[in-house]
Design a protein around this ligand. Sequence first.
Ligand code: TNX
Length: 412
Amino acid sequence: GRAGVTLTAREPAGLFHAVQTLRQLLPAAVERDSRQRGPWKVAGGTITDTPRYAYRAAMLDVSRHFFTVDQVKRYIDQLALYKINTLHLHLSDDQGWRIAIDSWPRLAAYGGSTQVGGGPGGYYTKAQYRDLVRYATSRHLEVVPEIDMPGHTNAALASYAELNCDGVAPPLYTGTAVGFSSLCAPKEITYDFVDDVVRELAALTPGRYLHIGGDEAHSTSHADYMEFMRRTQAIVAKYGKTVVGWHQLTGAEQVKGAVAQYWGYDATGAAERAQVAEATKVGTKLILSPADRTYLDMKYDRNTDLGQSWAGLVEVDRSYDWDPAAYLAGAGVDPGAVLGVEAPLWSETLSTSDHIERMAFPRLPGVAEIGWSPQSARNWDTYKVRLAAQGPRLTALGIDYYRSPVVPWPAE
Ligand code: TNX
């Protein structure tokens, strides 16, 4: 009405998301953190809105470079503004173990003591991690914790000699290579370790999902990978969580109800796509994170100073212009198998909030719209105008976004 705005929703998350829409209807100045002059008018009308996908996620790699609780909270606020409802935290990798585990204290204390480039690293205490989860929950984001296994485990292997097949702990690692580390699948202590870590992490996790990685296990034999993934999935199920794994999980037998996160790209071979499609036939669901569309650490163009380019250059239009339902249809994936989309941000080259924001913005709002809006309402030529209008809002929020030349930004 003339005097106010009424918001109604079936669930609290819907009201929260309605408020985010209302924020975007108000002038950009509302986003400043100092008092502004009114009046603030909103155009009259009715909006009926509902998301296309239930899973609309962003991932932050806090292992390659550590990000503090306050830095993660800042990113959570930015994600919430665009109705992202899931935060996947990549909590362990070769370069750092970032979550305190009481039964294996050296994981964080030693395994978390450095990062890419050799800086001091860091980790979350359980109290800090619970605070982070509470903060995310208050903004209607579900936290999905990931412990990447059996590869990407040098930080754990360096912390405990007995986890290594040869019983010798390697040194900590601060480079950016992948595929050189593996937990020891034939050793029984490996599953004591996995059980302890999963039990403690599950107890910190009100959400449904627990991500076990499973990617790039180039130093694990196929037989060992199969055995390790079989036993590890059973442990996750025992503690009441739904397994998520990178799509290499589809090369092993999947526990009932497992979710695979597809991170292939244009150059991914037909056999790999077919294996993923095959998995959906037995009930495995998919999260789509195509690297040449949703990887926020890919460079925008040749001149981007941060990021990588192994999946190609990902300009804002390329990042936006694809349909999750069609993406793997050619390989035989039914659209009903797709739970949603996720934009990962790997941090080999990123170490500050400014770095996060220059890579996430303005591509993140596009991934958020892919997750939210029906395909029929999406098209680059109209989207780029709506995205341009976000520029002054991002500026008001203090977000240093990439001024992509393919977006008609207004003069600020
Ligand atoms: C591949 S994506 C990886 C990560 C790297 C990333 C860099 C995935 C499951 N594995 O270990 O950080 O590329 O873009």
